[in-house]
Design a protein around this ligand. Structure first.
Ligand code: C2E
Ligand code: CA
Ligand code: CA
Length: 717
């Protein structure tokens, strides 16, 4: 738009000459060509006319009184707008010296006298057009500079022949340099590059020169204040007709911010924020690389999979913050072990050790052990980890003791790709858990079959709930002194449509692991309590019902509420409900357990410790629990007639219970001798095959009615 405006406008020419005849002739020929002509008769006057009329072009004589043409030209250039105007010096024909002087003074062009009047107007028009083109160029260059500034992008040109390097203003600001501080050679540029990146650039430049390959690279530069920046650079070479490289140009873009965001994104994508360890993604990438190398070299590698034992409990009882702290500490400790390990030190030299320990998520960690010379090395590392875990970890003012279970899978024996290896290491880890935790297992093929049946079991257990395939058996608990049935323990069974009766020992652990124990346990309560209420109504109203609570159920916040509900809806007297809890449940978080137990106790329930003697109860704590009954574990009863140890333990337990005012029940009593021994020791009640196996509802009712062993008639009524 601006251009067409200019075109419409008549060009203004200022003619400066002391010779009035010359001025007249110039006026004549230019005005005829449609231009506006202004006049001045010397240099001084020219300056003042220039200020007033702002001509597009000045025709300047050289020799004039007051101020000559060179001086006027120089001065004019310094006036506002003076740098844009075209100044044509009108010089003597062969005065080469003054032509040179004219250019030095800032003239655009020159015309020699005598002037060819017939072509003067063409000459002036040409000059005006050239000026317009030059202006356009300036404008677009201006726009380019602006755009480059916005993009933090500068351009450069390197004249290879004389090794002169020209930078645009933006490059100077990227490099934090003043133009005079830069040597303007390739070597001067290299000195500004991060030393580690110099060779890289030289290679790229060499290749560009010799193989005519344009390059596009990122490298770091060091600013005068020693800060580091990252730039992106692209360049290409210009060759002359003989194929010799003569120039190179390129652009430089400051991508420091970009790189930082990229690094952050990369960190988030590849590292675990909590521990700073590589995450699953990065672990897999490293593993894939390591597998490729192992395949090439014909070596083995191991994937070690570690899962903390009972980590969920720590999270649940001490809170997530404590859980996170624990994970952080453990990863630090493991890092130390791994660094110290011989095999991994070797890997360290190849700068891969930082990557060998990763956190897959939750409490799962993995270690990659490449270049195994023998599989035993993996076992060594696993043992060291287990040992390292056995040290107490201080978290939130407590000393926590944790253990871990480890599974190991070896390439290529246990899988050829990382997914298979991870899956198999995970399976092996589960077997380590099954084998009592705090140990490691190498993967073996049979494990997958077991895992499969475990998976099947989970799916089937869900169906069993929907299809109502569970039933309760009841096992009588008999008072030693009177031989009367004083209660029953409810024991769950699964009536599998194909396999028949399935024992709880087979499915309860899986129900616990999968969380299905919550609905299953609820079903037991909802079935056993109403049943006992029915028996009470039928007249056996002193009978007690024992119900097993699993650890998940106990820790779940609403067990208290759930039991309150059941008691309210069934009308069962709480003192006839006895909850059986194992030691390990309550010893885990003692304070919380005490609180829950007290809530239950205040409702009037009976509480018993199941499988007593197999856990790790501390007598100090036992005193603080509101307990009613100790159930001596059947493992002590089983060999009691042969094993003096078992006899001693049983005696002591009965004594202890009596001291604490608790009732004792011996479990697993199968023989008369056992009963006699227990009676002699003062055991209160027994439960076992000697009287009855656990039996279905109708069968246990028949037992209630058989008066010879059951005097379960109303006692205090
Ligand atoms: P437990 O609570 O220790 O139950 C006693 C187990 O000993 C029962 O096994 C019972 O059949 C068995 N038993 C009783 N007397 C004798 C005997 O004289 N000799 C022998 N060898 N065994 C005897 P069962 O019914 O197979 O239950 C196994 C475990 O499954 C139970 O051990 C309990 O921990 C769990 N369980 C059973 N029902 C439930 C339930 O409803 N909820 C929960 N959470 N766990 C349950
Ligand atoms: Ca029990
Ligand atoms: Ca038991």
């Amino acid at each position: 738009m601006r251009k067409s405006d200019d075109q419409k406008k008549q060009p203004v020419v200022l003619v400066v000459d002391d010779d009035i005849a010359v001025r007249l002739l110039i006026c004549e020929s230019l005005e005829q060509a449609g231009m506006i002509v202004k006049e001045a008769e010397n240099g001084l006057e020219a300056l003042s006319v220039f200020k007033r009329v702002r001509p597009d072009i000045v025709m300047m004589d050289v020799k004039m009184p007051k101020m000559d043409g060179f001086t006027a030209c120089e001065r004019l250039r310094q006036l506002p707008g003076g740098d844009e105007v075209s100044i044509v010096m009108v010089t003597g024909l062969d005065d080469v010296k003054s032509i040179q002087q004219a250019y030095d003074a800032g003239a655009t062009d020159f015309i020699t006298k005598p002037v060819n009047w017939s072509i003067l107007n063409h000459r002036v028009r040409y000059l005006l057009r050239a000026r317009e083109a030059f202006r356009d160029l300036c404008r677009s260059e201006d726009r380019l500079t602006q755009a480059q500034r916005v993009a933090n992008l500068g351009n450069w040109e390197w004249n290879i022949v004389d090794n002169k390097l020209d930078w645009s203003g933006e490059i100077y600001s990227i490099f934090g340099l003043e133009p005079q501080a830069f040597g303007r050679t390739y070597e001067a540029f290299l000195r500004l590059v991060h030393p580690e990146d110099r060779g890289y650039i030289e290679n790229a430049v060499d290749r560009a020169l010799h193989e005519n390959k344009p390059y596009s690279i990122d490298h770091r530069i060091i600013l005068p204040d020693k800060t580091e920046r990252t730039v992106h650079e692209r360049a290409q070479v210009i060759f002359d007709e003989t194929g010799k490289p003569v120039k190179m140009h390129g652009i430089v873009q400051d991508i420091t911010k970009h790189k930082k965001t990229e690094a952050k994104i990369r960190f988030l994508a590849y590292y675990d924020v909590l521990t700073g360890l590589p995450n699953r993604q990065l672990f897999k990438e490293y593993s894939i690389r390591a597998i490729r190398m192992a395949q090439r070299d014909g070596t083995k590698l191991a994937i070690i999979f570690m899962d903390l034992d009972h980590f969920k409990r720590i999270n649940d009882t001490l809170g997530h913050n404590a859980g996170d702290k624990l994970l952080e500490k453990i990863s630090e400790n493991m890092m130390v072990v791994i660094r110290a390990s011989d095999i991994v030190t070797r890997i360290d030299n190849e700068s891969r050790s930082k990557t060998s320990l990763s956190r897959l998520g939750g409490d799962e960690f993995t270690i990659l052990l490449p270049d195994l010379t023998e599989i035993q090395q993996a076992a060594t590392v696993a043992k060291r980890i287990i040992k390292c875990l056995s040290l107490p970890v201080k978290v939130a003012g407590r000393e926590l003791y944790v253990t871990g279970s480890i599974g190991i899978a070896v390439y290529p024996d246990d899988g050829e790709d990382i997914d298979t290896l991870l899956k198999n290491a995970d399976t092996a880890m589960y077997h380590a858990k099954d084998a009592g935790r705090n140990n490691f297992q190498f993967y073996a093929k049979y494990m997958n079959e077991l895992t499969l049946s475990r998976l099947n079991m989970e799916a089937e257990l869900k169906k069993a709930l929907e299809r109502n395939e569970f039933i309760l058996y009841y096992q009588p608990q008999v008072e030693v002194a009177t031989s009367t049935i004083v209660g029953v323990e409810a024991l769950i069974r699964w009536e599998h449509p194909e396999s028949g009766i399935v024992s709880p020992a087979e499915f309860i652990p899986i129900a616990e692991e999968t969380g299905l124990i919550i609905p299953i346990g609820e079903w037991v309560l909802q079935t056993a309590c109403p049943q006992m209420a029915v028996w009470h109504k039928a007249g056996f109203n002193s009978l007690r019902i024992g119900i097993n609570l699993s650890s998940n159920q106990f820790r779940q916040g609403d067990i208290v509420k759930s039991i309150k509900n059941i008691l309210a809806t069934t009308g069962l007297d709480p003192q006839h409900l006895e909850l059986e809890i194992t030691e390990s449940i309550i010893m885990h978080d003692v304070e919380e357990a005490i609180a829950t137990l007290w809530k239950l106790k205040e409702m009037g329930l009976n509480l018993s410790i199941d499988d007593f003697g197999t856990g790790y109860s501390s007598m100090n704590y036992l005193k603080r629990f509101p307990l009613d009954t100790l159930k001596i574990d059947q493992s002590f009863i089983k060999d009691i007639m042969m094993d003096p140890n078992d006899q001693a333990i049983t005696k002591a337990t009965i004594g202890l219970a009596r001291g604490l005012g608790l009732t004792t029940i011996a479990e697993g009593v199968e023989t008369e001798e056992q009963l006699t021994f227990l009676r002699k020791q003062g055991c209160d009640q027994i439960q076992g095959y000697f009287f009855s196996k656990p039996v279905p509802t109708e069968k246990v009712e028949q037992l209630f009615l058989r008066s010879d062993i059951v005097k379960a008639k109303p006692k205090h009524n």
